[in-house]
Design a protein around this ligand. Structure first.
Ligand SMILES: [Zn+2]
Length: 97
Protein backbone atom coordinates (compact mmCIF):
# COMPACT_ATOMS: atom_id res chain seq x y z
CA UNK A 1 0.00 0.00 0.00
CA UNK A 2 1.30 3.38 -0.96
CA UNK A 3 1.31 5.93 1.80
CA UNK A 4 1.01 9.60 1.16
CA UNK A 5 1.17 12.45 3.52
CA UNK A 6 -0.35 15.86 3.20
CA UNK A 7 2.30 18.40 2.24
CA UNK A 8 0.43 21.08 4.13
CA UNK A 9 -0.46 19.53 7.48
CA UNK A 10 1.70 16.37 7.30
CA UNK A 11 -1.30 14.19 8.04
CA UNK A 12 -1.00 10.71 6.62
CA UNK A 13 -3.37 10.11 3.74
CA UNK A 14 -4.70 6.62 3.31
CA UNK A 15 -5.22 6.61 -0.42
CA UNK A 16 -7.56 3.66 -0.19
CA UNK A 17 -9.96 5.37 2.15
CA UNK A 18 -9.47 9.06 1.59
CA UNK A 19 -9.37 11.33 -1.37
CA UNK A 20 -5.94 12.63 -2.08
CA UNK A 21 -5.66 15.89 -3.95
CA UNK A 22 -2.64 16.76 -6.01
CA UNK A 23 -1.99 20.44 -6.46
CA UNK A 24 0.34 21.38 -9.25
CA UNK A 25 1.83 24.84 -9.12
CA UNK A 26 3.49 25.97 -12.29
CA UNK A 27 5.42 29.19 -11.82
CA UNK A 28 6.56 30.98 -14.92
CA UNK A 29 7.94 34.35 -15.69
CA UNK A 30 5.64 36.07 -18.15
CA UNK A 31 8.57 36.89 -20.40
CA UNK A 32 6.33 37.31 -23.41
CA UNK A 33 5.12 40.56 -21.92
CA UNK A 34 8.48 42.26 -22.03
CA UNK A 35 11.85 42.13 -23.67
CA UNK A 36 14.04 39.38 -22.32
CA UNK A 37 16.81 41.76 -21.40
CA UNK A 38 14.46 43.62 -19.12
CA UNK A 39 14.14 40.74 -16.69
CA UNK A 40 16.02 42.25 -13.84
CA UNK A 41 17.85 40.59 -11.01
CA UNK A 42 15.28 41.80 -8.52
CA UNK A 43 12.52 39.86 -10.23
CA UNK A 44 14.65 36.75 -10.36
CA UNK A 45 15.65 37.08 -6.74
CA UNK A 46 12.04 37.58 -5.75
CA UNK A 47 10.94 34.49 -7.59
CA UNK A 48 13.81 32.46 -6.22
CA UNK A 49 12.88 33.55 -2.73
CA UNK A 50 9.32 32.40 -3.26
CA UNK A 51 10.53 29.07 -4.54
CA UNK A 52 12.91 28.67 -1.64
CA UNK A 53 10.03 29.09 0.76
CA UNK A 54 8.38 26.01 -0.64
CA UNK A 55 11.66 24.07 -0.64
CA UNK A 56 12.03 24.10 -4.36
CA UNK A 57 15.34 22.93 -5.71
CA UNK A 58 16.95 26.07 -7.05
CA UNK A 59 18.57 24.39 -10.03
CA UNK A 60 15.19 24.07 -11.72
CA UNK A 61 14.82 27.78 -11.31
CA UNK A 62 17.39 28.48 -13.99
CA UNK A 63 14.84 27.44 -16.58
CA UNK A 64 12.72 30.42 -15.55
CA UNK A 65 9.85 28.12 -14.86
CA UNK A 66 9.11 25.82 -12.02
CA UNK A 67 6.40 23.27 -11.50
CA UNK A 68 5.78 21.76 -8.11
CA UNK A 69 3.25 19.21 -7.05
CA UNK A 70 1.86 18.83 -3.58
CA UNK A 71 -0.30 16.16 -2.05
CA UNK A 72 -3.13 17.54 -0.01
CA UNK A 73 -5.67 15.91 2.25
CA UNK A 74 -9.29 16.81 1.65
CA UNK A 75 -9.33 19.28 4.54
CA UNK A 76 -6.28 21.16 3.30
CA UNK A 77 -7.55 21.04 -0.25
CA UNK A 78 -10.77 22.80 0.66
CA UNK A 79 -8.84 25.44 2.56
CA UNK A 80 -6.30 25.80 -0.21
CA UNK A 81 -8.81 26.13 -3.01
CA UNK A 82 -10.66 28.86 -1.11
CA UNK A 83 -7.49 30.89 -0.84
CA UNK A 84 -4.78 29.52 -3.13
CA UNK A 85 -2.50 32.52 -2.70
CA UNK A 86 -2.78 32.38 1.08
CA UNK A 87 -4.00 35.95 1.18
CA UNK A 88 -4.41 37.12 4.72
CA UNK A 89 -8.10 37.69 5.27
CA UNK A 90 -8.12 38.21 9.02
CA UNK A 91 -8.80 41.82 9.86
CA UNK A 92 -10.16 42.78 6.47
CA UNK A 93 -13.41 43.41 8.22
CA UNK A 94 -16.26 41.21 7.23
CA UNK A 95 -18.72 43.79 8.38
CA UNK A 96 -22.21 42.65 8.96
CA UNK A 97 -23.54 45.89 7.57
ZN1 LIG B 1 -3.65 18.36 5.17
Amino acid sequence: MIHYSCDRCNKAINAEEEIRYVVRIDVQLAIGDRDNDQIDEASLAELEEMLDEIDAPSDEFTELANAKTFDLCSQCYSEYIDNPLAIETIGLGFSKN
